[in-house]
Design a protein around this ligand. Sequence first.
Ligand code: CP
Length: 316
Amino acid sequence: MEKFLSVNDVQDLNEIVKSALSIKANPEAYGDVGKNKMLGLLFFNPSLRTRLSTQRAARHLGMDVMVMNIDKDGWKIETEDGVIMDGDKAEHLKDAAAVISQYCDIIGVRSFPNLQDKEEDYADGIMKDFVKYAHVPIVSLESATRHPLQSLADLVTIRENSDKPKKKVVLTWAPHPRALPQAVPNSFAEWMNAADDVELVITAPEGYELDPEFVGEATFTTDQDEALKDADFVYAKNWSSTTEYGKVVCKDNSWQVTEEKMALTNNGKFMHCLPIRRNVVASDGVLDSDNSLIIEEANNRTFAAAAVLKAILETE
Ligand code: CP
């Protein structure tokens, strides 16, 4: 694997899920794969799970890790080409990426959208520029449009929890007081569509329809109760409006995933990428139930990241 920005960078989806599960079953077995290799993790935005699980994944492979909050601890980065840099931005991304490539064998980058301009966000400029200007493989730690390490961990979690040949997976929008990116639901839909054992249904209020590029063959409905019927997995997530781009146009609390909503499912398992606002996105009763997979899902972030790093290291 030469980079990891989306499901399209994965040659064999089933193999990478198997690899993650194999590392999970025996995490000490791969300690030489990344010996004498350095992973650099660059964060333009906050993180708990991605930051810690990817460091842990690297350690399982014997890699060293450097982490930088590049937005706070580095020079302010210029991303435009050809500008006269006489403002407050002291370093160009093309120079930073080339320099960091000399210190690291793989670079992970997290860069959220600004939610002001859809065209600009969906161009995923920072991630693409790192791919362009770095001399080493780039791993997305969540871009403006996708969160592939999360989606791989989600697929691993689904496969661990059901061997049904076709699982009904429902991605449901849920309320949130703040405007959030569309990267997690976009990416989740993309990965579920690529999996041969998933029937994906997406439900959200009007104004929250995901881009057709990500919806693919999935069914879309604004009727959450109808969508939840017979679901094997319920994946809750808030995202900001797609029609009034980046805005919160619905705060309807009836979209919160409650025990009553989960009762419509086929004894469905509950998933969320975390962090989650309790009793806003989903109720305590759902999150603390035996059917909640949220902690297991976060644990699988380590093994998903390890499988990706291993695939890259074995390609070099
Ligand atoms: N799910 C996830 O990416 O968590 P963090 O934002 O804490 O990394």
